[in-house]
Ligand binder design. Structure first.
Ligand code: NAP
Length: 281
């Protein structure tokens, strides 16, 4: 049976270290999360972020706006937060209502406060081989988890399934920067199983069950980013845990794998941006 990549355990370790670090700071960071509309899952994610931030002594504010908020109104709110010196990190919870351009909103966030690392400035730096101010939270969490278990990336064939700007795309770049040989798959990929069979590491970020044990190479590593509810309302990942964990050497569970690591990375990013701001002033 595969060894579990325990995201909860590593999250707790990271948060404990951060708490101690923050205790030594005179001033604390302020993370503002903007939530537009009433997406139930987003509300839970945002509440978790606030609770975790507060448990570390980070000031955390949620700004809730109605789903009919106009794009200009949201842009003006972002502008206000950009100019507010007491705000050190801004996160706009995605997805946004359809009538608002996600790109325009992300583009409006000041890169120095872009705690998700999604602005074109931070993305551009990542993709052109420079250090971004911070790395996107979920890909960062995935790499922290692999590093914790000393899973080598250099020269390994890593198959990333999913190419969103939130997970697959930045993650594939971060893996390339770590000298992995990266294959990125998506909904147009033909013969997915043939590709995953050659992978030393499979990282899946789709949101439906697409990986079965028979698609995997013996002793590979599986990092399961996907989350969805099955027909019985149970939280599941992209991999069929039962069959995959019999073939793989390591596997991250859902829940309890990448999810906690994303929150831990958000907290790390909040503190990193704050420290950069202090050092600059
Ligand atoms: P997304 O924007 O919907 O992207 C999904 C990706 O999966 C797309 O690139 C899509 O390809 C690809 N895809 C869809 N069907 C496929 C198939 N049959 N074979 C191969 N690829 C396929 O979603 P996301 O925001 O990246 O999130 C992905 C999953 O991760 C979701 O379940 C989400 O809830 C979860 N997630 C978890 C965390 C966490 O902290 N654990 C964080 C973020 C996201 P196309 O590009 O061709 O459409």
């Amino acid at each position: 049976m595969a060894i579990i990549l325990d995201g909860k355990k590593l999250r707790d370790k990271i948060l404990n270290d951060l708490r101690q670090k923050l205790d030594r700071f005179d001033k604390k960071p302020t993370l503002v999360v903007v939530l537009v509309g009433d997406n139930a899952a987003s509300k839970i994610y945002v509440a978790n972020k606030k609770k975790t931030a507060q448990s570390l002594g980070i000031n955390s504010v949620i700004i809730e706006l109605p789903s009919e908020t106009k794009e200009e109104e949201l842009l003006s709110k972002i502008n206000e937060l950009n100019n507010d010196e007491s705000v050190t990190a801004i996160l706009v919870q995605l997805p946004l209502p359809k009538h608002i351009s996600q790109k325009n909103i992300i583009n409006a966030i000041k890169p120095e406060k872009d705690v998700d690392g999604f602005t074109p400035y931070n993305f551009g730096r990542l993709f052109s081989g420079y250090e971004p101010l911070v790395y996107p939270c979920t890909p960062k969490g995935v790499l922290l988890l692999l590093d914790e278990y000393n899973i080598e990336l250099d020269g390994k064939h890593v198959v990333v399934i999913g190419r969103s700007n939130i997970v697959g795309r930045p993650l594939s770049q971060m893996l390339l920067n770590r000298n992995a040989t990266v294959t990125v798959c998506h909904s147009h990929t033909k013969n997915l199983a043939q590709i995953t069979k050659t992978a030393d590491i499979v990282i899946s970020a789709v949101g439906k069950k697409i990986i079965e044990g028979e698609m995997l190479k013996s002793d590979c590593v599986i990092v399961d980013v996907g989350i969805f509810k099955d027909e019985n309302g149970k939280t599941r990942g992209d991999a069929d845990f039962e069959t995959a964990s019999r073939i793989a050497s390591y596997i991250s569970p859902v829940p309890g794998g990448v999810g906690p690591m994303t929150i831990a990375s958000l907290m790390l990013n909040t503190v990193e941006l704050f420290e950069k701001m202090i050092n600059k002033s």
